[in-house]
Unconditional design. Structure first.
Length: 156
């Protein structure tokens, strides 16, 4: 696992180092400009984290905010939810009563097979073979700490 993570970071680094240089013309006529303008406050009525997986199911937008499970650092959480609407703006305005708990397995004791630690969805995608569009797969982040690792280290 550590090798895979190191290899992934090395691949990203090499990709960035070897990327072609962009030809940027600093002519004032082509320099991008921006302006900050006031915007109304947006209140999201569920758990907010750095990522919220989302997917279109037909013409319905679904979002999966939050996390679930045993997190020794932040505590136990049952905040993984999902909510639907016609687009992102509608879903973000949904009241808390329109966010629902997906069915998740319980955390199991150290040494047992099953869910250890806290999980949240990084992304969700549809099974292209399911013509209904309702079979979803989630890639999840599993936050494990030494106190929630599934296997004991061997000691002599």
């Amino acid at each position: 696992m550590q090798f895979l993570i190191l290899f992934s970071w090395l691949s990203i680094f090499l990709g960035l180092v070897s990327a072609p240089k962009l030809n940027i013309n600093h002519n004032s006529d082509t320099t991008p400009k921006f302006k900050l303008i006031p915007a109304p406050k947006i209140t999201f009525n569920s758990f907010v984290d750095c990522n919220m997986a989302e997917v279109w199911i037909g013409d319905t937008f679904r979002i999966f905010p939050g996390k679930y499970g045993e997190d020794p650092l932040w505590g136990y959480a049952k905040d993984l939810k999902y909510s639907d609407g016609e687009n992102a703006e509608v879903v973000f305005k949904n009241p808390a009563s329109k966010f629902f708990n997906p069915t998740m397995p319980s955390n199991v004791a150290i040494g047992q097979k099953g869910l250890h630690g806290a999980v949240w969805f990084e992304t969700v995608y549809q099974d292209s073979k399911d013509i209904s569009g309702k079979t979803l797969y989630g890639i999840y982040h599993n936050e494990n700490y030494p106190s929630t690792l599934p296997y004991h280290s061997k000691s002599k």
